[in-house]
Design a protein around this ligand. Structure first.
Ligand SMILES: NC(=O)c1ccc[n+]([C@@H]2O[C@H](COP(=O)([O-])OP(=O)(O)OC[C@H]3O[C@@H](n4cnc5c(N)ncnc54)[C@H](O)[C@@H]3O)[C@@H](O)[C@H]2O)c1
Length: 257
């Protein structure tokens, strides 16, 4: 695992809310913010892996506090109540990372209206409602940072998952609209756009010899793109050092798109 070395004093003691923090890039985000001394609340549907992540991180004295709240993000009422609970328990939320998604492949010929709505609910709808729910806390604090996870997939013209790519494209529009609406309250909204990240899930389910060849051809820098490289950008964007960065895409893809 790549080790991140930068410390951002402005993140120490901050309350950070992360969706989908139980595994993949989300787990790296949870760990990276905890290592900055932040208080991290995260939600996920995977209860076992999430609980063991909490145990591991909270047993390390150098970390801030980490708490897991079970939540299916397609249930917006539950999401809203979990955000309120996290703010009550850890303090007003000053950083939101909308990370959870599901890139399950689907053939455009077969998708029903119900499946389409479900796909957008998993990949897009909660980004808006999380941002809406954290807004009062950030406004009261005099500022905050919202980071939405996009994807290079649709930039690269990838097919085979139109609900996912539509969601990810719309997240860039949402980012720019909210950045304009929330900017006067010093709340910054950015989109972090990952390339093909070698999470356990991607390695187990998708990365075969052909995929490795595509990565080698696509990326300018040929090294495997690891979750920590995404977290490194998230730490910067969440910190006060990024105080004039808003309404933008920050692409971390090894130079692919
Ligand atoms: N891995 C990549 O190559 C890659 C590339 C481009 C963009 N991204 C984006 O980065 C983010 C993280 O990707 P990842 O690869 O770590 O994803 P992942 O599928 O490995 O992990 C997503 C996490 O979200 C959780 N989750 C899924 N649906 C949920 C729901 N309804 N409610 C609560 N939690 C839920 C999962 O349990 C999991 O812990 C996503 O937004 C993804 O679109 C990833």
């Amino acid at each position: 695992m790549m080790t991140l070395t930068n410390q951002y004093p402005s993140l120490n003691g901050k309350t950070v809310f992360i969706s989908g923090g139980g595994s993949g890039i989300g787990a790296s985000l949870v760990e990276s913010f905890a290592q900055q001394g932040a208080k991290v609340a995260f939600v996920d549907v995977q209860e076992e892996v999430s609980a063991s992540l909490v145990d591991r991180l909270n047993s390390d004295d150098g970390n801030g506090e980490v708490r897991f709240y079970p939540c299916d993000l397609t249930d917006i009422e539950r999401l809203q109540s979990v955000i309120a609970q996290a703010a009550e328990e850890l303090g007003p939320i000053s950083v939101l990372i909308n990370n959870a998604a599901n890139d399950t492949r689907h053939d455009f010929r077969d998708v029903t209206p119900e499946q389409w709505d479900k796909c957008l609910a998993v990949n897009m709808r909660h980004h808006f409602f999380s941002a809406q729910a954290v807004y009062p806390y950030m406004k009261k604090l005099g500022g905050g940072a919202i980071i939405n996870l996009g994807s290079m997939s649709w930039h690269a013209g990838q097919g085979g998952m139109p609900g996912y790519t539509s969601s990810k494209a719309s997240i860039e529009g949402l980012t720019r609209g909210l950045a304009r609406d929330m900017g006067p309250d010093r709340i910054r909204v950015n989109c972090l756009v990952p390339g093909w990240v070698m999470t356990e899930k991607q390695l187990n389910e998708r990365v075969d010899a052909a995929a490795r060849e595509a990565i080698d051809k696509g990326q300018s820098v040929k090294d495997p793109l690891m979750p920590e490289s995404i977290s490194a950008m998230a730490l910067f964007l969440a910190s006060d050092d990024a105080s004039m960065c808003t309404s933008q895409n920050f692409i971390v893809d090894g130079g692919w798109i």
